[in-house]
Design a protein around this ligand. Structure first.
Ligand code: GTP
Ligand code: MG
Length: 529
């Protein structure tokens, strides 16, 4: 009995002993083998790979944390790589922009002149104009006492001007142009235009019009094909070509073949419309050409370019082939339309009582028009009644008319009413300017002449910017920057190359002068190139 109790007591103690030993063993196990999953994270702490303790490092190298850190590193490296690539791309873009800018500057130098120099010269001219203004006021005061009452209302500026003014009277007998009466009673240009123009809804009497040299026929073929495809296949307006020389038969044939269904009319310009008027001093004209040539002004030395500008200003609308028309769309070789024009532009102009439409505007090269504004002011002082009360003067002058800001509609594209140029106001204006001689002594362009006249003689709402017509004349583009217009008109141009609101253009001046909203994204290309 006794031995039974003893053996039971002994076996309990043995059990307790084994229990104690196992617990102790487990404790030791966790203390000495700490790389089990649960302990590793609590023992290792960053940056484990920098530890100086070899045991610590050894245990770290075995841990899954190493894998995690490796993955983190890879991710980090990928991000660095991405950033590097981004920076590279930015650098490339910058380089590209610099190249484009350099290209732009070169074009400017070639086509107009160095824009930086131009700015300096503008400042110089501004100073000259202020001086001129000042001295002419002094002259005025000196002369008033000497003038007889007959001359006072014509001009009170200088004695020389008397001669000009006599010439102006001699030149403006208001004879008819073709069948158009230019009775001077029409001081209001709109009133004059309305007596001849088609009424809203009537079929417009309209034509395309191109001044062309035989040697430019190839370029013209491409332009005709483009205009036909984008617009005229639908509306079939005729096309008049004018040339200061006889058109070659082969040129006429090839142009007609380009658009067989279109009525093409070829005309020669009368010699008296493309030659020096008798009052031009040839030596002075030669000096003027030399001066512009030395200044590296494009066409500075060209006589034919000057005849062309004078013709486009004062004569094309007198050509008998245009007698039956109210409207023209001026097209030059080497130009093209970028978008489809699905509506009848002439009909739209007529129905909406617009008189002058353009796509692009630009600043003129100052040296070509240095004395133009002085002459313009002289004209308006003598003929204030031609000025329309609601004119667009703000487009052409930033200081209320003291100076010309060089803005003009780029006249290589024009959709306009021919009666604007046939009007007494414009005829008088052109004849006066022609007498001044600036077409030959400087290099007055038809674009500033048309723009100043349209801006001064018309109410401003008669002048329309075709922001929906994509157009190219080297080197500039009008490319609708509003996506809705771009898509619906199926344009094929680069919106980043639209020139409309570029600093060198005058889109900003036009919208401000009209008091109308610019497109929301008008800044898109400002300061580019
Ligand atoms: N018949 C004829 N046409 C000319 C002459 N010079 C220019 N033209 C035309 O007159 C228009 C304007 O001439 P452009 O040489 O294009 O003048 P521009 O647009 O100021 O200058 P570019 O930058 O050269 O286009 C174009 O339709 C020419 O084809 C000429 O001597 N004879
Ligand atoms: Mg041209």
């Amino acid at each position: 009995m006794m031995s039974n109790r003893l053996s039971l007591f002994m076996s309990k103690r043995l059990l307790r002993f084994f229990l104690f030993v196992s617990v102790a063993f487990l404790l030791l196990f966790f203390l000495y083998f700490p790389d089990s999953e649960t302990n590793s994270k609590t023992i290792l702490s960053a940056p484990d790979y920098l530890s100086n303790d070899p045991d610590h490092l050894a245990s770290f190298l075995k841990s899954p944390r190493l894998k995690e850190i490796h993955e983190e590193n890879l991710e980090h490296l990928a991000q660095v790589e991405k950033l590097k690539q981004l920076k590279y791309q930015q650098e490339l873009e910058q380089q590209h922009q610099m190249m484009e800018h350099e290209k732009y500057l070169q074009e400017q130098r070639k086509i107009h002149k160095d824009p930086i120099k131009e700015e300096e010269q503008n400042q110089e001219i501004l100073r000259d104009l202020v001086n001129l203004q000042f001295s002419s006021n002094k002259d005025k005061k000196k002369n008033t006492n000497r003038q007889d009452s007959k001359n006072v209302n014509i001009n009170s500026e200088k004695d020389d001007n008397k001669e000009d003014m006599d010439a102006m009277r001699e030149l403006t007998p208001f004879t008819s142009i073709g069948k158009y009466n230019t009775d001077p009673k029409f001081n209001d240009t709109m009133e004059y235009i309305r007596q001849y123009s088609g009424k809203p809804g009537a079929k417009p009497r309209a034509t395309f019009l191109t001044l062309l040299r035989n040697e430019d026929a190839d370029d013209m073929v491409r332009t005709i094909m483009n205009f036909q495809r984008k617009f005229n296949d639908k509306f079939e307006y005729p096309w008049i070509f004018l040339n200061d020389e006889e058109f070659d038969t082969s040129v006429k044939e090839v142009l007609q073949k380009t658009a067989p269904s279109i009525k093409m009319i070829f005309g020669t310009i009368p010699k008296e419309h493309w030659s020096y008027p008798h009052w031009i001093d040839q030596d002075k004209a030669a000096q003027g050409r030399q001066k512009l040539t030395e200044m590296d002004v494009i066409y500075g030395d060209s006589e034919s370019y000057r005849h062309m500008c004078r013709y486009q200003s004062g004569f094309f609308w007198r050509h008998e082939l245009l007698d039956d028309y109210d409207w023209y769309w001026r097209v030059e070789p080497e130009t093209n339309l970028h978008c489809e024009v699905s509506y009848d532009v002439f009909q739209w102009m007529q129905d909406n009582d617009k008189m002058y439409g353009f796509t692009l505007s630009i600043h003129e090269f100052e040296a070509t028009v240095s004395s133009l504004w002085t002459s313009v002011k002289k004209f308006f002082r003598a003929n204030p009644s031609y000025k329309n009360e609601y004119n667009l003067k703000k487009f052409i002058s930033n200081d209320g008319g003291v100076t010309y800001n060089l803005c003009h509609f780029w006249s290589n594209f024009e959709v306009a009413n021919l009666h604007l140029w046939r009007s007494p106001a414009y005829r008088h204006f052109f004849d006066f300017l022609d007498r001044e001689g600036g077409f030959f002594y400087e290099r007055w362009g038809d674009a500033p002449i048309h723009s100043i006249a349209a801006s001064m003689f018309l109410p401003k709402e008669k002048i329309h910017h075709f922001k929906d017509i994509g157009y190219h004349h080297p080197p500039y583009n009008s490319c609708p920057i509003e996506d809705k217009i771009y898509k619906s008109n199926k344009c094929d141009c680069d919106q980043d190359k639209d020139f409309t609101f570029h600093d060198y253009a005058c889109g900003q001046e036009f919208y401000a002068a009209q008091g109308i909203e610019k497109p929301i994204n008008w800044r898109r290309n400002v300061g580019k190139w």
